[in-house]
Write a protein that binds this ligand. Sequence first.
Ligand code: SF4
Ligand code: SF4
Length: 421
Amino acid sequence: MAKLKNLEAYREEIEQCVKCGACRAHCPVFGVEKREGHVARGKVALAHSLLEGEVDLEAKVLEDMSQCLLCGSCCAQCPNKVPTEEIVAATRRRIAEQQGLTAFGKGLATVLGRPKLMNLLAKSGGTLSALLFKRLPENSGLRLRFPAPYFEQGRTLPPITAKPFRERVPEIILGDPLQPTVMFFTGCGINYMYPAVGEAFLKALKFLDVTIIIPKDQACCGLPAVSAGAAATVEKLAEQNLAALTRHPADYIVTACASCGAGLGKIYPDMGHEFQGLAAKVMDIFVFLARHGLPEKLAALPKAASPVRVTYHDPCHLRNQGITREPRAILKALPQVEFVEMADAGTCCGLGGTYSVYHYQTSKQIGARKAASISNCGAELVATDCPGCIMQLQDSINHAKGPQRSIHILELLAEALPALD
Ligand code: SF4
Ligand code: SF4
């Protein structure tokens, strides 16, 4: 049975914090809020006090623990590699255990834990989208026509598709038997909001002639529920995915969503030894494509006369795994792209799972810095590898009244590849 680690299991890591404060300079939330309780050092100290029974779950504790994007920037810079994002997530689980989930957390857990309900809601949202949303210019997203709980009217949201991606495609697409077999873990973002990214994924893998399996019964990876502290939902989803992803043999389980990759590859193995074989097969799409020679194949294509200027945003969940070169290698090899690096490409976009729902004003301020970096480097497009980042980046650009668009790298790749039969 899948079981997430509890706060007590992090005691050793918590006690490794030497309170040096090196994390302060790298925390996007502290950069905006400038409050000690919001930086890693303060949260780790609070988690220690909770373990020791020195504080109760009073309002300030709940507020400080909610003020975290779970971005892992602090851990990357910490001399002792204290995993603050995991400690905060475990503390949120303890809070939920003792006080129950928030109203938003309850709604999220109910929907994520019931894939059929999620499908039904997505389809209704897709059908009613003209009524609920107004379209923004240049196809840069939608805005709610009316105020809605937890979502500000001024926020840009992507359209919800009336037909989810996994319902559009067969479960198995055969390729060359001498090539590897890839299982596609689509994640919710691609399935319900960005089906074109799923189509682009298939085009790239068909170009390499690999066999593709897209299990119909895969569920959400559970990362939004991790952010909300909804332990039982995360564990249930992990069990569902274990069954779905081991039903067919495959060499790799490939994602085009950095967050899904982190959920399956990093959080699942902590939940039990039965997840370790699955986690060992998880690979990001750009690592797969780079290892299978795609940059070299792209370099052979004729260059476009007027390339589009594109920059790259590192999703936290890829940067934390050290995956920074492969997405750039694909972008730089695209014949229609002129790649330009922006300042602070590796800084969190400000979404942070449920963070931007509870703290949208701070999330917007973090996103505004990103929008300025995109504009300053002269890019027309910002490409990335995470549907959540695409949504947040477009929202930030729209608030800054910029002309740029955020896009998945796979969409650019599909544009460059020749049409297949
Ligand atoms: S950098 Fe690490 S050790 Fe130093 S205060 Fe932050 S969490 Fe603690
Ligand atoms: S995980 Fe990110 S937001 Fe949370 S304390 Fe660390 S740097 Fe700050």
